[in-house]
Design a protein around this ligand. Structure first.
Ligand code: NDP
Length: 330
């Protein structure tokens, strides 16, 4: 079977040459293990962090070893009582076409309840990030203004819709006019800003948020988030969910000091890692599933095809080539 490994740790933007493909035999199945055929592979911005060996909330990938991410797979053979041939499972698995995995840590997913790829997005890690980040840290209240960066992506597009369900005014920031249109036409955002064609983000945010920003769901960091600081309200909350604009930096950026802004507005910023809220995941998935079934939530995916194309799909996240969740179908 084929495997995609981390060939070397990238400096700056990752490239195809940072990955390599190897072929190996499939080991024999032992008690408590299942043989899995990968069906959908999730590519995510946070994997960039794991390619570096800087300390983080999750262990770095090892050079020369397989990359791991969220994967939906079919059980081909099982030596575990909880799984049978033909089941579909979700888990943190290796970038391999076929693999033997410990059955612990795998979760059955039902293709009759939702398309399999949805368990990597809206009903998976990114949906939970949107829901728990917004509700646990953002503490949104009806009538407030919610601003979302990375708004047309997997997390951002769900954050905005939940904001609308909860009765907020919702404004999104994204990288193309097509994405800004999508925010308004499909994801029920009230306003959208294209940061690539806007000269003065500080003014554009002030215009789109005339009552100021009460909750800022930050997926990108950097200059966009600096512009937001000039528009935050008294007692506003920022959810530091991600900082994709900074992941490929090779040196520390010159940035403005956030403290005076926070002091003046009694405003708070809090980092958020979805894995720290594992006890709230089951209730979160239930809420997301209910909203999806009630037609209150919708989603978009960018689906690439073929095992060979997994690394490129990952690289394309940093070029904004996805709308909604990026997944690779094998
Ligand atoms: P997305 O689906 O949002 O894909 C990434 C998007 O980021 C691109 O489509 C692109 O859209 C935007 N982007 C890329 N480069 C830049 C840049 N330099 N400046 C501004 N925007 C950029 O990914 P996810 O929804 O999976 O993740 C969104 C964020 O959430 C990431 O920062 C990720 O690390 C974080 N995250 C955090 C989790 C946690 O537990 N804290 C869990 C999951 C995700 P555009 O065209 O608009 O530029």
């Amino acid at each position: 079977t084929r495997t995609i490994n981390l060939k070397n740790r990238p400096t700056g933007k990752p490239e195809l040459k940072d990955f390599d493909f190897t072929t190996s035999e499939i080991p024999e199945l032992k008690e408590g293990e299942v043989l899995l055929k990968s069906e959908y592979v999730s590519v995510d911005p946070y994997l960039r962090g794991r390619m570096s060996d800087a300390p983080s909330y999750i262990a770095p990938f090892e050079v020369g070893k397989a990359i791991e991410s969220g994967i939906i797979a079919e059980v081909i053979e099982s030596k575990d009582d909880n799984f049978s041939k033909g089941d579909h499972v979700s888990g943190a698995l290796l970038w391999k076409e076929t693999q033997v995995a410990n059955a612990k840590g795998l979760m059955k997913v039902d293709p009759d309840k939702a398309p399999l790829s949805a368990y990597l997005g809206i009903l998976g890690m990114t949906g939970l990030t949107a829901y728990l980040g917004l509700t646990e840290i953002g503490k949104p209240k009806e009538g407030e203004t919610l601003l979302v960066s990375g708004a047309a992506g997997a997390v951002g597009s769900v954050v905005g819709q939940i904001g609308k369900i909860l009765g907020l005014k919702v404004v999104g920031i994204a990288g193309t006019d097509e994405k800004v249109d999508l925010l308004k036409s499909k994801f029920s955002f009230d306003e959208g800003i294209n940061y690539n064609t806007t000269e003065n983000m500080r003014e554009a945010i002030a215009k789109a948020c005339p009552d100021g920003v009460d909750v800022y769901f930050d997926n990108v960091g950097g200059e966009i988030s600096e512009a937001v600081l000039f528009n935050i309200n008294k007692f506003s909350r920022t959810i530091n969910c991600g900082a994709i604009s900074q992941y490929n930096n090779t040196e520390l950026p010159k940035s403005i000091s956030v403290q005076p802004f926070l002091v003046k507005k009694s405003s708070s910023m809090q980092g958020f890692v979805v894995f720290d809220y594992a006890d709230k995941h089951p209730a979160g998935v239930k809420q997301l599933t209910d909203w999806l079934n009630e037609g209150k939530l919708t989603y978009t995916e960018t689906i690439r095809e073929g095992f060979d194309n997994i690394p490129q799909a990952f690289l394309d996240l940093f070029e904004g080539k996805n709308k909604g969740k990026m997944v690779v179908k094998l």
